[in-house]
Every structure is written in structure tokens, then in C-alpha cells.
Design a protein around this ligand. Sequence first.
Ligand code: SF4
Ligand code: SF4
Length: 399
Amino acid sequence: MKIAVLGAGAMGSMLGAYLQLGGADVTLLVRRKELADKLTSPGIVMRSYSNADGEKTEVGPIPMKAAVDCNGLGEMDAVLVMVKGCDTKSALEGAKPIIGSNTKVITLQNGIGNTDIIEESVNKDNIYYGCVNMSAIMSAPAVLDTGLFGDVNVAFGSVVKGDEQKKFGDELTAILTAGGLKAAYSDDIDVEVWYKLLVNIAVNAGCGIVRLRGGEAGNDQDFTLLAVDMLKEAIAVGMASGVKLDFNYFMTHILPVARKTSGLHYPSMAQDMLMKKAPTEIEFINGAIERLGKKAGIPTPVNTTISRLVRTIERNYDKQYKDKTGKTGPSFKVKIAEKFCKGCGYCIKYCPKKVLSAEDALNAKGYVKVKVANEADCIGCLSCSTVCPEAAITVIKED
Ligand code: SF4
Ligand code: SF4
């Protein structure tokens, strides 16, 4: 099966790699040529630090096909949409040359409302949607720290239910399974999608507003009460839309699993708000509850307030309070243990903010000395400590 992944960030690259391991002919579409080059050679490395036995595992490098545009790629059997919801329309516009009348278009993006956008340019019969129980962070170009959780890693279904759709669903499931994921095609996918949406509602926007990682926020009583208020509204809206959701089941079965995996990370929306200063997926998460609530006549004051706060932040990134170093996000201390450093320079190469540099001097062990030149610009991405082969770097978030 010939598959293109639109938006091969961390999650798109991870899915692309598993699809290729399962036998598909995959092309990853990315914005930056440098990333496309890395994905091609040496390829994707996937590191998991939390498999069932608690061991570290590493898969790869897996050389992938990657491109910055669709020119010359030909028509695809399937296109997997993994861009942020706010970019779906423009990504599909750019992908016109590879989407034919039989091309299946699959969205596993966060939130709900993505299929409505896809339906504007793709025949309903060819649209599939679902959710993933996977985590991925690109800690260096083409290097992914990954996690798999839940009973099913990729759950998906189709907008139109029929034999043709089931046939394709089964084929894609077989590829994902052969690649090493637990996958399921279901006629009743809305419940899965909504439970995943509820996780995002509980954590994502809130973490961006209070500037905490998922685990840190989840340990705070007031944050938890706020999350419960948002969830109750969302469940009422979901039920009114015909999706059978169970608050107790979510709190006892779904949320605890999600909490285990989100503890050490800033959710993607918090990364957009704090580090990237980028448009967020608020309209597909809390904003979707606000919208659907209005339609169904169900009040959603908490989700509406959170959405309004996020929109205000998004529109005013450039005007936010800056401390004397000019920063608006959290601060980080970067420490290099000279006694372990061998001067390989990987940390310098992979730091996205040019925080580290080589000195014109040697360290006590006779290797090129690495200095922390620009600590105020550190965004705490951990790329440096992740790539350091000597475990010589520590990055600490300051209170
Ligand atoms: S944690 Fe800071 S120093 Fe390390 S790679 Fe990221 S931005 Fe650079
Ligand atoms: S990656 Fe580690 S060993 Fe290499 S230069 Fe940086 S601190 Fe030193």
C-alpha cells in the first residue's frame, strides 16, 4: 500500500515508521528539507523507555522516503493527515496531486472536527478517522522518544460504514499490526475518539495556561477540580451528540493510563503556547465542546472560559509579559559535567536554540570544551541530554 503522511512531526513520523515496518511504501511529507534529509538518511530511530519489562529498547535507524512537497510522488492509496487541525485545510490543498478519486484519507489528529474539514475536499466514502494511544517527542531530528499505551494503539473507523470501508480498514489494520502496533478498525469509533478527546480536554489547554507539565498539574487539587468540571460538560455534550460516554469508566480506566504517560511532558498545546508561540488546536478540543454545546443548548461555561483564555494568549504572544531576560516561558539551568564530556559536539548540533557552543579551549580531559553560551534561550526540550552519549548534560527547570 502506497501511503503518504502529511505532517511528519513526532507522531506522524512514528506512525510512518510503523507502517513501513508493516510493509507499506511510505513517504513522509515535512516542511524542512534538513529534516527530510535526516529522515531519509540515516533514518528514524525510535527509543522507548517504558516497555512492559521496564527495559529500554531502540528500533532503527529506519531509512524513510521523505519530501517537502508532493511533486512527482504520484497518486497514493492512502494519505494519513497528522498536521495540527488548524493546518488541515492548507495541507490537503497542497496534497491535491497525490489524492485521487480512490485515495483513502485518514485522520488520527487530536480532537474532533477534522473530518468536517476533510469532507470539504474529499468524498465521504474515502474518509477514515480515529485516535492513537501513543506518545512521541522528536528529541533530535529523526530521533523519537516514544511510548505505546492502552489496549489498542491505533483505533480507527470510517465516516461511511460499508463493506468497502471495512475491507480497507482490515488491510490497514493488518499493516499496522505487522509493523508492531495493536490496531483495530471499528464501526463504533466515536466512543474511542471521544475518550481520547476527554484526555486532551482535561490536560492540554490547562497545562499551557498554568505552565506545568501534565504530571505536575495533575498533582494539584484545584487543577484536578477544574479538569473534572470541563470533563462533565464535555461528557454532557458528547452524550447529546449520541456518543455513549461513562464518566466513572473514564475516571477509573482511561485517565489513569493517560496520567502515567503524560507526567514528564508538556502536552503539545502547552508546547505551542509556551515554547513555540504557535497556533494551537484549541478549536478542535475545548473549543469544539463550546461549539457543540451551543448547538445542543448545553451550557459549557468552563470549556468556554478556557478556550477564550487560550485564544487571548495565542493572539497576543508578542505582547506577553517578559522578565528581564526577555523570556515569557519557564527558565532552565543547563549543566555540563566536564569530567564525562568527550567533546563530540552532538549537543551543540542538536540544540534548536543554539544554547551551547564549542570553546576555543580544551577541557580537563583534553577534549573540546563545550560551554553553555546562551542559557536564557533554553526551552527545556532535552535534545542535548538525550543525544549526549556520555550522559554529561542535565537540564533542570527552575521554579
Ligand atoms: S534543553 Fe536547552 S540546551 Fe538542551 S537542546 Fe534544548 S534548548 Fe538546547
Ligand atoms: S554531547 Fe555530551 S559528550 Fe558530546 S560534547 Fe555534548 S556534553 Fe560533551
